[in-house]
Design a protein around this ligand. Structure first.
Ligand code: IMP
Ligand code: MG
Length: 183
């Protein structure tokens, strides 16, 4: 993996703000799923940090599973074709499934996953996305952390070429030249 050429720019969402919002989402989910035991399905790898904090902000017995997806082809962003790299370990039939995403950009990954999961007949299927693009298209997302502009963002699980996932804040990645963004 080549090191991305560029640098970390302005902070979009700071660590404190993230912590506050994750607590709010956890409280809302706790209320909405009272008496039930939701199955949180995280989308690897980007959702791993958010998922970890969110699970601990929910005051209910939750279960955890992960899926991994990748986009086909060279121009992954626009292709809209998604491939399952890691399927679920658990059976979602009859479960209250909450799909946990890092960022919903075009929505292609999300639509694919929703169709995929829905075929397995969960009792309910909802989405919790930490970030969504502020250009819209969030109708099918029940829980949203923050709306963000079109800049490429990293940190708190999100990467550019596998770097910066460990950062505590979400920041804009400033490419050295526009060709250095991977997608
Ligand atoms: P979509 O299918 O276009 O909605 O793309 C969603 C996926 O693209 C996310 O789950 C991320 O893995 C990736 N992605 C989109 N925008 C960004 C970004 O700004 N930073 C890091 N990853 C991103
Ligand atoms: Mg992702």
């Amino acid at each position: 993996m080549t090191v991305p050429k560029g640098s970390i720019g302005r902070v979009l969402v700071g660590a404190e703000e993230l912590a506050v919002r994750v607590r709010e989402l956890g409280a809302q989910i706790t209320e909405d799923y009272a008496g039930r035991s939701p199955l949180l399905v995280g989308v690897l790898k980007g959702a791993f940090v958010f998922m970890s904090d969110l699970a601990r902000a929910i005051r209910l017995p939750v279960e955890i599973d992960f899926m991994a997806v990748s986009s086909y082809g060279a121009s992954t962003k626009s292709s809209g074709v998604v491939r399952i790299v890691k399927d679920l370990d658990l059976d979602v039939a009859g479960r209250d499934v909450l799909l946990v995403e890092d960022i919903v950009d075009s929505g292609a990954t999300l639509s694919y996953l929703l169709r995929f999961l829905d075929e397995r007949q969960p009792a309910s299927l909802k989405v919790c996305a930490l970030l969504v693009r502020d250009r819209g298209g969030t109708d099918e997302i029940e829980y949203v952390g923050f709306s963000v502009p079109d800049d490429f963002v990293v940190g708190y699980g999100l990467d550019v070429a596998e770097r910066y996932r460990e950062l505590n804040s979400i920041s804009v990645f400033e490419p050295a030249d526009s060709a250095s963004l991977p997608t």
